[in-house]
Ligand binder design. Structure first.
Ligand code: 5RP
Length: 260
C-alpha cells in the first residue's frame, strides 16, 4: 500500500506517474532500467490496461523485459520496433543542461542505444539526483572482458590529463565475481568527484580500446520529471521552455501498490 512506501519510492512513483501521461496510443516506447523505471513500467501497464492503449515496448534490460511482460505489455527488440517515439528512464545524476550519468543499474549500453533511437527521452528522478556538476556518482564504463586490465590502465592514464578530480577505476563486483552486464561485459566505475567537461570525457573514453560505451548521456535527454514524496512533480522541458508543477494523488486502493 502507498502509505508503506519509503519516501524515496513515493517520489519515484510520483515522477513515473507524471511521465507516463506523456504516452499516447500507438506509441513505440523505450523502457529504462532501475527502481524508478520499474515504477514507470507499472504505471504504464496500468494506463495501457485502463485505456486500452496499443503500445510497443523496447526494454533496456532483461529485468525490465521480465517486468513489462509480466504486466501484459507488448515487448519487442529495437530492430523489430525500428525508431521509437519516446524513452522514459531513470538516471544516477543530472545537471542543469540535462546531461546525465547513468549505468548505476548496469544497463547503460542498451539504455544509450535505446534513448538515442528515440524522438524524445524523458528522465524520471527524485530531487536527490540533481547536481550542479556531474561526477559525484561514480561514472560507469562498460568494457569487454578481454584485456580489461589494460583498458583500465589506459583509462586511468587518460583521466590524469583531463578536467576531473579523481582517476581511480574500480571493477564492479557481484559478490566475489566481476559483475557481468546483459551483453556479457564488465563495468569499471570511475571515481571522478567532479567532471569539468563531460562531452570531452565521453568522447575520450570511447576512444580507449576495449571500451564499449560510457555512462555519460550528453544532449540525449529532452526533459526531466522530478518527483517528491508528497506527490508534487516538476516537469522541466528546456526545448519547449516550460516548467510545469502538478501534484500526483496516491490512491491507496490502487492496484499498483497491491503487490509492493
Ligand atoms: C541503470 C540506470 C538507472 O536508471 C539508474 O541507475 C537509476 O536507478 P534508480 O532509479 O534505481 O535510482 O542507469 O543502468
Amino acid at each position: 500500500m502507498a502509505q508503506h512506501l519509503t519516501q524515496a519510492d513515493r517520489a519515484k512513483f510520483a515522477a513515473a506517474r507524471r511521465a507516463v501521461d506523456c504516452v499516447e496510443d500507438g506509441m513505440k516506447l523505450g523502457l529504462g532500467t532501475g527502481s524508478t523505471a520499474a515504477w514507470m513500467v507499472r504505471c504504464l501497464a496500468e494506463r495501457a490496461r485502463e485505456e486500452n492503449l496499443r503500445l510497443t515496448c523496447v526494454p533496456t534490460s532483461t529485468r525490465t523485459a521480465e517486468l513489462a511482460r509480466s504486466l501484459g505489455l507488448k515487448v519487442v527488440g529495437l530492430d523489430q520496433a525500428g525508431w521509437l517515439d519516446l524513452t522514459i528512464d531513470g538516471a544516477d545524476e543530472f545537471d542543469a543542461d540535462l546531461n546525465l550519468i547513468k549505468g548505476g543499474g548496469g544497463a547503460l549500453l542498451l539504455e544509450k542505444i535505446v534513448a538515442t533511437a528515440s524522438d524524445r527521452m524523458i528522465v524520471i528522478s527524485d530531487a536527490s539526483k540533481e547536481v550542479k556538476t556531474l561526477g559525484g556518482f561514480p561514472l560507469p564504463v562498460e568494457v569487454i572482458p578481454f584485456g580489461w586490465q589494460a583498458s583500465k590502465l589506459l583509462i586511468e592514464e587518460l583521466l590524469s590529463g583531463l578536467d576531473v578530480m579523481g582517476s581511480t577505476a574500480t571493477m564492479r563486483m557481484n559478490g566475489n565475481k566481476p559483475f557481468i552486464t546483459d551483453e556479457g561485459n564488465h563495468l569499471l566505475d570511475l571515481s571522478l568527484g567532479r567532471i569539468g567537461n563531460p562531452r570531452q570525457l565521453s568522447l575520450a573514453l570511447n576512444q580507449v580500446p576495449g571500451v564499449v560505451e560510457n555512462g555519460l548521456f550528453i544532449d540525449i535527454c529532452d526533459a526531466v520529471v522530478i518527483g517528491y514524496a508528497d506527490g508534487r512533480v516538476e516537469m522541466r522541458d528546456p526545448i519547449a521552455g516550460t516548467v510545469e508543477e502538478e501534484r500526483i494523488i496516491f490512491v491507496e486502493s490502487d492496484n499498483i501498490f497491491q503487490d509492493i
